[in-house]
Design a protein around this ligand. Structure first.
Ligand SMILES: Cc1ncc(COP(=O)(O)O)c(C=O)c1O
Length: 654
């Protein structure tokens, strides 16, 4: 029976269309487990289907486990132990974080999309290993297809018959995808130097090591192609000899120390990233052996990469002959959801290349990648700014539209299906614009990969383990991503319903936060420190009359105690879950920090007095699809602010 909506909260005004809402109803298990029957039916159906498959492999083979086995005491004892452990696990898991609930607005997690969840559970008993097609004849192909689906969403060439087609694969998460980006960029940057060192004839090589190391990705790929073509015109023995000669000069063979000691004109390249970049960049540089010291963190304005600072750093690098491996732009910063000006970074890459300082541009869209669906037409075209803006209060700012439009020109991108893709953990993704450089990563192992890897795109990448950092990996996870992208194609009309509702929720949250700040004004100062670009909204708070930053931080930490997961307490005691972060003076800059502190009534001088260089703030990830419950006329956003109001004490008006 359909209930009559009880109320019409303000947050509903700019809410989803009926069509979005009706489709959304089928997408998730739901906060109440509303779609349990659907999931259960699917599970039973496909478990039976799997059993049929086992039985029909060689139906002439009789059952190896006798039916009487269940009567044996050892069998029964085993089953009892298993049941006991499973019951204990199930009971313990009740202390899990309730990501499915619209009361959870903490970190980057939410409910799981049913097609992905069902596909993963369906595929698990087949246990495919996506290291190669020998271990996963079906799911490894699906993973290559996922790479193409994501490439299309980003605006890359996604047609494998084109030589410059993109390539993408899944990783355990965004951290490893970022590492893969570094690995590929370094291989491509150093390859022309190896060609020179090997003295390859018949290919137009750069004049010196500096030029070779600074060609930039597009020219380095063109050189790689020229080398391949030259090689293909040699006889078999010559091919072997030249390949070995070049391999012996490659950075992957020599290691960093020997490579740079042989090429004295070159220094270890650095990576330029905004100060808001995720800590996985530091991990990646350590892992690659380049060292954390090569990560140059650039200032931001409004938590977005400052293009002028990037340009200044590039000019300094050029002047000091400091090679740059990569410039990173973040599309949805981890803490504030802000979008860097990707378009400006692409312009900077072209300007520097003309000055002889080539480097790759990588976009870390681990968080914001799926927002690209909002900018994509079902036919693959880019949506016009005006069309998108009709659906929101003020999303996207023109700068944000420009950033997404420029994605097609970057060299590689990280996107995490296990974040805004609403899929189970264990799925990040790396996508590069032009697949031809990927060959440089290949690793050979006779027992896993077949000889004579084909020129054909699909055949080559079915030997996936050759090119990725991992070895064995889950084929079931790839099936989950593939099926989800098939059920919900990556454009605004399909998958876009999810990001659309998160952006709408963020707009509703922002409006409600502003009202909250007004209402609480007599007793509390509150502000949203930065206008959100997407769906993460922070809230800074300070009791009225308090001038001291350290006191304000204690106040927010105490408030957060009621909003965080505490495994020692029953989950139900919590009304809402949020997260916290800090605004660091070194990151925000003095001017912005003073502005925010003044808005909160805090004296900036107390930063020195109390040796406090950061302000603690609440952080909210608004990705739950049911933050506005139309069925019952409830806005959990309103309820969250009601909770804060009650918890902090209603404003005392005199
Ligand atoms: C921008 C960004 N990059 C990379 C990562 C790392 O992703 P993962 O935790 O999946 O390794 C995160 C995680 O939050 C992120 O927000």
């Amino acid at each position: 029976m359909t209930q009559t909506p009880q109320a019409s909260p303000a947050a509903l005004v700019h809410a989803q269309s009926d069509a979005d809402r009706h489709m959304l109803a089928a997408c998730f298990l739901g906060p109440y487990g509303e779609n349990d029957t659907l999931l259960e039916k699917l599970m039973v159906e496909f478990l039976r289907d799997h059993v049929h498959w086992r039985r029909n492999f060689h139906p002439e083979d009789p059952p190896a486990i006798p039916t009487s086995a269940t009567l044996q005491p050892q069998y029964q004892a085993f089953e009892a132990r298993m049941r006991r452990e499973l019951h204990q696990l199930s009971a313990a898991l009740k202390q899990s974080v309730p990501f499915h609930s619209p009361r959870y607005i903490g970190h980057m997690a939410s409910d799981l999309l049913l097609p992905g969840l069902a596909a993963q559970i369906l595929a698990l008993p087949y246990n495919p290993n996506n290291v190669s097609e020998d271990a996963a004849p079906i799911t490894v192909q699906l993973e290559v297809q996922v790479g193409l689906q994501l490439a299309r969403m980003l605006g890359f060439v996604a047609d494998p018959s084109r030589p410059d087609c993109a390539f993408g694969h899944l990783t355990s998460g965004g951290t490893l995808a970022n590492y893969q980006a570094l690995r590929l960029a370094l291989a491509l940057k150093a390859f022309p130097v190896a060609l020179r060192a090997a003295g390859v004839p018949g290919v137009a090589l750069p004049d010196d090591d500096w030029q070779a190391f600074n060609l930039g990705p597009a020219d380095a790929i063109a050189l790689l192609e020229a080398w391949r073509h030259w090689l293909s015109c040699r006889n078999h023995d010559e091919q072997q000899r030249w390949r070995a000669a070049v391999d012996a000069q490659r950075i992957e063979h020599l290691g960093l120390t020997t490579f740079f000691s042989r090429h004295r004109d070159l220094r270890t390249p650095c990576v330029l990233a905004p100060i808001t970049a995720h800590y996985s960049w530091s991990k990646g540089l350590k892992l690659l052996g380049l060292g954390r010291d090569q990560l140059r963190l650039l200032p931001v304005t409004g938590m977005r990469l400052d293009p002028a600072a990037l340009q200044q750093e590039l000019e300094r690098c050029e002047y000091e002959r400091q090679p740059v491996l990569m410039a990173v732009a973040v599309l949805g910063s981890t803490e504030y959801g802000t979008i860097d000006p990707v378009d400006e970074v692409v312009v900077a890459r072209e300007r520097s290349r003309r000055h002889g300082l080539g480097f790759s541009v990588h976009v870390d869209a681990a968080w914001g990648g799926y927002l690209a669906t909002l900018f994509r037409e079902p036919d693959g075209g880019l949506r016009a700014l005006e069309d998108i803006r009709q659906e929101y209060r003020d999303f996207p700012r023109p700068e944000v539209h420009a950033a997404f439009s420029a994605l097609s020109q970057v060299d590689s991108v990280t996107v995490d299906p296990h974040k805004l893709g609403y899929l189970p953990y264990g799925t990040g993704a790396f996508v590069c614009r032009d697949h031809r450089a990927v060959e440089l990563l290949s690793e050979h192992a006779d027992y896993v990969f077949r000889e004579g890897a084909a020129d054909d795109y699909m055949t080559r990448y079915r030997q996936l383990g050759q090119f990725i950092p991992e070895g064995s990996k889950s084929g079931a996870a790839a099936a989950a991503v593939y099926v989800t992208h098939r059920v919900l194609p990556l454009d605004h009309a399909h998958f876009g319903i999810m990001p659309r509702q998160t952006v709408l929720a963020a707009e509703a949250f922002l409006a409600r936060a502003q009202r909250f700040a007004q209402d609480m004004a007599p007793s509390l100062n509150a502000c949203v420190p930065f206008h959100p670009d997407s769906n993460l909204v922070c809230l800074a708070l300070n009791p009225a009359g308090n001038l001291d930053i350290a006191e304000a931080n204690t106040f927010v930490r105490d408030l957060y105690d009621g909003l965080r997961c505490d495994p020692r307490q029953p989950l139900q005691l919590k009304q809402f879950f949020a997260s916290i972060t800090t605004l660091q003076r070194a990151m925000v800059g003095d001017a912005e920090m003073h502005r925010i502190l003044r808005e909160l009534g805090i004296d900036p001088a107390t930063m020195e007095r109390t040796h406090t260089d950061r302000l603690v703030i609440l952080r909210h990830t608004l990705m739950n699809p049911y933050l506005v419950d139309h069925e019952n006329g409830i806005s959990y956003i309103d309820r969250y602010f009601d909770y804060l109001t009650t918890h902090l004490g209603p404003p005392s008006r005199t």
